[in-house]
Design a protein around this ligand. Sequence first.
Ligand SMILES: [Zn+2]
Length: 351
Amino acid sequence: MQKGERDQDRLRYDGSDGRRGSVVILMIRFRHTMLVLSGCSLALLATGRQPAWSQQQRPAYGAIRAAPVPLPPQNPATAANPAPVAKPAPAAKPAVGICHPETFRVVVDVGHTAAVPGAMSARGATEYSFNLALAQEAKQALVDAAFAKTELLITDKPPPQGLMVRAAEANRLPADLFLSIHHDSVPDDLLKTWQYEGQDQHYNDDYPGYALFISNDNGDRLGSLLFGGFLGKELQARGLQYTPHYTLALMGHRRRQLLDPVAGVYRYDALIVLRMTRMPALLLEAGSIVNRQEELDLGAPDRRGRTSAAIVAAVQDFCAARARPVAAKPTAQPAASKSTGLRASTITPAR
Ligand SMILES: [Zn+2]
């Protein structure tokens, strides 16, 4: 299609009557076409760097950042005596881009149920108990950060009905963001046995770290990926790392495509709470409770506090990113607010 357009332009050029205006227009078209072709080449290069099993073009971490906002044209009358930086012209101030946490509803889902509690830790504690403690702390941290509409979602219905109930409830509210809190284990064949307090328990010390999952079937895949990028960045800013083991062949059918190799966002289409929710949705595996050291960390206030703080910061990032309409062209970046920690982000989904 692009080659055809170029041939068409060349024919028009050859058949022109020599008017200068036509030549200028055709040259602009030709340059535009070349720019499009260059962009496509870069996109193809990015795709070519994917693992062979990867079917999905991965946006590089930087690729989800919007293009730099151009500076406003300088007025020749003021160029010689520029106004102080702290006092931009009123028209240059962005009118949008501020998160309003009081209207932004986050649903924090406590993974599993008391009766069907998920994985078992290296010392015999249930995943549900870890999920509940972290989700409660994250919910309180969000409320403290002025996200007053935050909901803690707990259900006693077993899966799969319970999972559909969670998604239906988030859709009914409706939520602006769905975050499901879990703690990780490994496939049974990777577990080893040790004795803890006289009991046989199962552990694996090889794969510590958090992991993030989104579904391509979610109602807002781009939003989910954007939030995952924010959360990974904020967790890492607090000293945490994601586990890469979901990319390993030994994971078998649990192997996952790594969509964002900087933030640690994996693709897991089948998860009901991610695929049946209409708003951006993400599942956080906060760490491995079968890892004997990380289990101790995950049970301690310091780790829960860091994870909760990362969740709050990522929600603030996301809320601000979503608060700015695509058409807006702010000419200056507002400074971060120290009182609320909220900031207008330049980051918007690229696709
Ligand atoms: Zn779980």
